[in-house]
Ligand binder design. Structure first.
Ligand code: GAR
Length: 201
């Protein structure tokens, strides 16, 4: 018998295919000892919110535009996170800077997935499709994905897992993004959560 389940909150901004990979991983037993207790989006139109609701996972939007200042937005995020009180925060395509107070509170308990082999193609302004545009521009033959702990820097925290993906002739940013998701991200993020959950039991 597993003693304590790992309660996770997933933070999202967009389509939520990585969230879906986590939901499926839990359902199919590839992620053990884990439950998603909440999904937080900064974007009310994020399809990720629909994915969560379809599975009965409490999902809320906390959008910067609904608050008078960045500080108020940050406070609202922190208050909601404190209410959910997760063991692990998972950034799955969450494209907003995390409040410093939240980083400090969840140090060693917050992970992010990034669609490159860090330290290549990461840092401020390098996210989503831009990562793959830059990789193609530079002409790398291998790219991939990284799951890392979150610290105060942008994509600078300790690396947990990485998976390489070959670039193919004729790749576009879109085709490369899709292959990195299919061959790396959707495998790696569930693996990382399972690894941490099994350490936690
Ligand atoms: C994913 O490729 C994720 O790695 C990336 O955003 C996409 C979200 O897709 N994250 C970053 O670039 C973070 N720097 P999804 O909403 O379909 O999971």
């Amino acid at each position: 018998m597993l003693s304590s389940m790992l309660n996770i909150v997933v933070m999202v901004s967009g389509s939520g295919t990585n969230l879906q990979a986590v939901i499926d991983g839990i359902r199919e037993g590839r992620i053990r000892n884990t439950r998603i207790t909440g999904v937080i989006s900064n974007n009310s139109n994020a399809y990720a919110l629909v994915r969560a609701e379809k599975c009965g996972i409490p999902a809320i939007c906390i959008a910067p535009k609904d608050y008078g200042s960045r500080e108020e937005f940050h406070r609202a995020l922190c208050v909601r996170m404190d209410e959910l009180n997760p063991d692990l925060v998972v950034l799955a395509g969450f494209l907003v800077k995390i409040p410093p107070a939240m980083i400090a509170q969840y140090r060693g308990r917050m992970i992010n997935i990034h669609p490159s082999l860090i330290p290549s193609f990461c840092g401020v302004g390098c996210y989503g499709l831009k990562v793959h545009e830059q990789a193609l521009e530079r002409g790398v033959k291998i790219t991939g994905a990284t799951v890392h702990y979150v610290d105060e820097g942008m994509d600078t925290g300790p690396i947990l897992l990485q998976k390489a993906v070959p670039v193919q002739d004729g790749d576009t940013p879109e085709s490369l993004q899709r292959r990195v998701m299919e061959e790396a991200e959707w495998i790696l993020l569930p693996q990382a959560i399972d690894m941490l959950a099994m350490r936690n039991k």
